[in-house]
Design a protein around this ligand. Structure first.
Ligand code: HEC
Length: 155
């Protein structure tokens, strides 16, 4: 009985948090259930986005890669900070170009600031629109990621 009451309290707190905060960000609404609110991910299941994906912008293809993952998904084994993940990330066709730009900017400036190149410019809807036109499959994006990692290592 006691634990049921506690559970009720905990779940009502969990659900009321966004209301108290007033606003749920695009990242919290669409990404946090897997990548977590602190963007640190879940070991073996969901890779971290914090202190990680900002580095990809050190090579040119990094910007397109990030737009592509959110637009078209990603599947295949990947390794982040020495940890392996082999699952699939679904695509988000319902996010508008402006929303894809906004959610990426949120992750990059909110959780990756120290890794951003000094000349970092935020994504715009227009840039996302152009990069989204590519129409890639999740497997192709995994291949692009492999190339990206090789180029990052060369730097
Ligand atoms: C249902 C769970 C889930 C949701 C929701 C989700 N992701 Fe993912 N994401 C994953 C998984 C799983 C992977 C790793 C896929 C693999 O192993 O190939 C991933 C990978 C990624 C990567 C590639 C990371 C890297 O190091 O290359 C990025 C970027 C990313 N997600 C961003 C996002 C963003 C932004 C959102 C919200 C718009 C989001 N994800 C929502 C599960 C999710």
């Amino acid at each position: 009985m006691k634990s049921a009451a506690l559970l009720l309290l905990v779940s009502s707190l969990a659900f009321s948090t966004p209301a108290i905060a007033g606003q749920v960000t695009l990242f919290e609404a669409n990404c946090a259930r897997c990548h977590q609110r602190d963007a640190k991910g879940v070991a073996e299941l969901y890779p971290p986005l914090a202190h990680s994906i900002g580095e990809y912008l050190q090579v040119n293809a990094g910007r397109a890669y990030l737009v592509h993952v959110v637009s078209f998904g990603l599947s295949g084994p990947i390794s982040v900070h020495g940890r392996r993940y082999n699952r699939a990330m679904k695509q988000f066709p319902d996010l508008s170009d402006a929303q894809v730009a906004q959610v990426l900017n949120e992750v990059l400036t909110g959780f990756n600031r120290e890794l951003l190149p000094p000349d970092f410019v935020p994504f715009t809807a227009e840039e996302v629109r152009k990069k989204r036109a590519a129409r890639l499959t999740p497997d192709q994006i995994a291949d692009d990621r492999d190339d990206l990692m090789r180029n990052l290592k060369k730097k």
